[in-house]
Design a protein around this ligand. Structure first.
Ligand code: AMP
Length: 286
């Protein structure tokens, strides 16, 4: 295996993808913001296993960050990222600059998926999903993959992308990849780098709360409010954690539920632990 080629411009990307297609290879795509970890590696491995030419993009997209969010200090680690892509089987790394993606400072077009985008992450982070949907559509048009891979860790994002692809007839199959976790249960995230050792231990409370919610539903609980309360009180038992939201929602539309529909409900959390805002989710049992 040769190390993946690294390109920064769209014409170079298109030429490399054209060459792969000429060889008869199917093209897969994994969009990322870098600071890569084992969760990303799992996406890249899934992509390389299903396709002959796995493209990974590394782009910290400014339009999906709010004005008081962590765009400036978001970790940027190009060298270890390239090594991880290589080890996981990537064929090509696309690493555009902000001016390549947003010439003359911005775009005149945006993509909005309003029904899903205003809830949960979208309510806490106005404009976030418009930034995500717009950059993902742009990347999909640049790469033109057969398959694109997204983590279930960002559950709402995955539903926004699936909705956009269906609504706009995009010619790509979307694959969701299960969340990769630390041994403590903490979902891997680039933002875990912001945590001290003590905060990292405290952050395991998200997956513990989700496991308790799962147990309650397995034992027959059907009141969404009671399960929300289970989530909330477990998080609040951790001194270093602050709940942003603790929701029980329809697993396709993400609308809040009154009654838990077996097999069609998801528990979603956003929690502040020290300097980091962490998210996690779990599909509730049928
Ligand atoms: P990001 O670099 O955070 O934008 O994430 C890029 C992709 O990796 C997204 O599709 C994420 O959902 C996915 N991802 C991030 N963390 C994990 C994880 N712990 N397990 C699985 N996928 C993940």
């Amino acid at each position: 295996m040769t190390a993946p080629q690294v390109v920064a411009d769209v014409p170079d990307l298109r030429q490399a993808v054209r060459q792969a297609r000429r060889k008869g290879l199917t093209v897969g795509f994994v969009p990322t913001m870098g600071a890569l970890h084992e969760g990303h590696a799992q996406l890249i491995r899934a992509c390389a296993a299903e396709t002959g030419f796995a493209v990974v993009s590394i782009f910290v997209n400014p339009t999906q960050f709010g004005p008081n969010e962590d765009f400036q200090r978001y970790p940027r680690t190009p060298e270890p990222d390239h090594a991880l892509c290589d080890g996981a089987g990537a064929s090509l790394i696309f690493e555009p600059s902000v001016s390549t993606m947003y010439p003359s400072g911005g775009l005149s077009t945006v993509v909005d998926v309003p029904a899903i985008s205003g809830l949960l992450e979208g309510a806490s982070r106005p404009g976030h999903f418009q930034g995500v949907a717009t950059v993902v559509l742009k990347l999909l048009n640049q790469v033109q993959p057969d398959f694109a891979f997204f983590g279930e860790k960002d559950y709402q994002q995955l539903q926004v992308i699936r909705t956009m692809v269906r609504d706009l007839d995009l010619n790509v199959a979307i694959r969701g990849v299960p969340t990769v976790r630390e041994p403590s249960g903490l979902a891997m995230s680039s933002r875990n780098r912001y945590l001290s050792d003590e905060e990292r231990q405290a952050a395991a409370v998200l997956s513990q709360a989700l496991a308790e919610a799962d147990d309650a539903v397995r034992a027959g609980e059907r009141s969404a409010d009671r399960v929300r309360q289970i989530l909330r009180s477990r998080i609040e038992s951790e001194r270093l954690a602050r709940v942003d939201y603790a929701e029980i929602a329809d697993s396709a539309t993400l609308q809040p539920l009154d009654q838990i529909k077996p097999g069609a409900a998801v528990a979603l959390l956003a929690v502040r632990v020290g300097p980091a805002r962490l998210i996690d989710n779990r599909l509730l049992p049928s």
